[in-house]
Ligand binder design. Structure first.
Ligand SMILES: *Cc1c(COP(=O)(O)O)cnc(C)c1O
Length: 351
């Protein structure tokens, strides 16, 4: 059958962070803490109330949920859109604003799904690259935007897999070019260090800006699949042209609303995770490793002659980290203190 596949998909492999059942799973940047019991109760109750009504389609526009998310972000509901993960939001943005004959620009190493979403929507992908220390300067970003004239530009702050936050001036400089839609992917925004600003602060007055967020990381809700964006209302209207009808199930909407109502409890683990992140950075540096600064819940560390070997040796000790395909580097999620202990103990033996 593969002879019928689109040319550009031939020979490709699907997105595949390994899902291996080991004691210490630190490879996909979820929140390592389970839902607090009171939140779990509230989610179960909310779902229970939906069940007998499941003969009907859900609210197509997820109005109540968008209102709740808008309150959380401090913006008006017309500026918020939600879908099954921020990946789906970004796919819808590419469907609406990019596609055949158009270019999407990113600055790698960054989130590996951005080029894959471009591939799926038949959008040409350009990797603008970044500096040797993974920094992205305004001059470089603007130069790439001028050269490639992208329909959609992806900025990632804090950036995955490096953890580095993007100075707001870079987003501002790119926005000043008035070239297409500018998506700032803030999946890890809640883990920012003090003083790191969100692009949400640029929203009013920037009709081309989209800020995407997710409940998959700090909110400890990855299993539900709920991502969202804040943007000017015309962008929110545009993605509705391409979204599937009833894309967010009634169960998803109910679960997400119950969770957002318990924001404080859900985000209660963020400070503890940040402490483990900072501990990982300090300990690995003390071991003589090179470690990127992190504003997220993960840490990029190296440089190894053969990162695959280190990855394998950690796995032998029951610890799963991520080989993001960056030669010499590995990425580890900051988990609970016990998980972090296990990881750091293993690294002391291996470094
Ligand atoms: C994890 C992650 C996401 C989250 O995707 P969801 O579809 O919301 O789970 C988005 N962007 C980046 C950079 C990520 O690392």
């Amino acid at each position: 059958m593969s002879e019928f596949l689109r040319e550009e998909l031939k020979g490709r492999s699907a997105y595949g962070a390994p899902q291996i059942d080991v004691p210490v799973r630190l490879n996909t940047n979820e929140n390592s803490y389970p839902l607090p019991p009171e939140v779990a109760q509230a989610v179960m109750k909310a779902i229970e109330e939906e069940v007998t009504g499941l003969n009907r389609y859900p609210d197509r526009d997820a109005l109540e949920l968008r209102k709740d998310l808008a309150d959380y972000l401090g913006v008006t509901p017309e500026r918020v859109w939600a879908a099954n993960g921020s990946n789906e939001v970004q796919q819808q943005l590419l469907q609406a604003f990019a596609g055949p004959g158009r270019v999407a620009l990113g600055f790698g190493p960054a989130y590996s799904m951005h080029p894959l979403l471009a591939l799926g929507t038949a959008t040409a992908w350009v990797d603008g690259g970044r500096g040797a220390g993974f920094e992205l300067s305004a001059e470089h970003a603007v130069e790439q935007v001028r050269r490639h004239r992208p329909a959609v530009t992806f900025l990632c702050s804090p950036n995955n897999p490096t953890g580095t936050a993007l100075p707001l001036e870079v987003a501002e400089a790119v926005l000043e070019e008035r070239q297409g839609i500018v998506v700032v992917d803030e999946a890890y925004a809640e883990f920012r260090r003090p003083g790191t600003l969100s692009a949400l602060s640029l929203l009013s007055g920037c009709p081309q800006l989209v800020v995407t967020r997710t409940m998959s990381k700090a909110f400890a809700f990855a299993g539900v699949r709920l991502g969202y964006m804040a943007a000017d209302p015309p962008i929110v209207e545009a993605v509705q042209l391409v979204r599937l009808p009833y894309h967010l199930s009634a169960l998803t909407q109910a679960a997400a609303r119950a969770a957002v109502a318990h924001t404080d409890a859900l985000l209660g683990t963020v400070e503890a995770i940040k402490r483990q992140r900072d501990r990982i950075v300090e300990t690995l540096r003390a071991l003589g490793l090179t470690v990127a600064d992190s504003d997220a819940n993960f840490v990029l560390f190296g440089r190894f002659e053969d990162q695959k070997l280190v990855w394998r040796r950690l796995l032998d000790r029951g610890i799963l980290v991520r080989d993001v395909g960056l030669e010499g580097w590995l990425r580890v999620t900051a988990g609970t203190p016990e998980q972090t202990d296990a990881f750091l103990e293993a690294m002391k033996e291996l470094a």
